[in-house]
Design a protein around this ligand. Structure first.
Ligand SMILES: [Zn+2]
Length: 165
């Protein structure tokens, strides 16, 4: 084998092989960078799949839903309806929310400017989620209606909803 390696006819192919290896290394470098880019793009998705998942609903069970996300903060609102119901708000992206009871008897109570959707269960009267006037693109989950969540232990922000009434 040593003899063959010294054969001048083999020098060409050996050099070629060297060049080829360099190209392969470049390819690997490109592949690695590509993977890193992909990794950065996938990171938010990976995070969302690792998000905690909650189930919740109304009192009688006719309205059930599932929602994913970190409950970093909840808000208490002083508007005329939230002040009376004690609603504890958590605004979520509709993509993270899934209604498990699509046939649920959900009614919409409107008042004032008639823009917020104060959704509630027709059977038991509980509002487990709604669409608010201040964040119409979000779903406003009532954290008090989530299972396994200690609502009193969460950081609370105060929203001046009275000014929106
Ligand atoms: Zn109900």
């Amino acid at each position: 084998m040593t003899l063959l390696a010294d054969d001048p006819r083999l020098r060409g192919p050996v050099r070629m092989q060297g060049v080829a290896r360099t190209c392969a290394e470049n390819d690997l470098e490109g592949l690695r960078r590509g993977r890193e880019r992909l990794h950065h793009r996938l990171e938010p998705m990976r995070r969302s799949s690792e998000m905690p998942s909650y189930t919740g609903g109304c009192h009688c069970g006719a309205v059930r839903f599932e929602v994913k996300g970190e409950i970093e903060e909840v808000s208490v609102c002083n508007c005329s309806i939230c002040a009376k119901t004690g609603y504890l708000h958590w605004e979520v992206d509709p993509a993270t929310f899934r209604l498990l009871t699509p046939e649920a008897p959900i009614r919409d109570y409107q008042f004032g400017t008639m823009t917020s959707k104060n959704l509630f269960c027709e059977r038991c009267g509980i509002s487990a989620f709604r669409r608010s006037r201040s964040s119409p693109d979000q779903i406003d989950v009532n954290v008090r209606c989530l299972e396994g969540v200690d609502a009193e232990a969460l950081p609370v922000a105060h929203f001046d909803g009275r000014s929106w009434d």
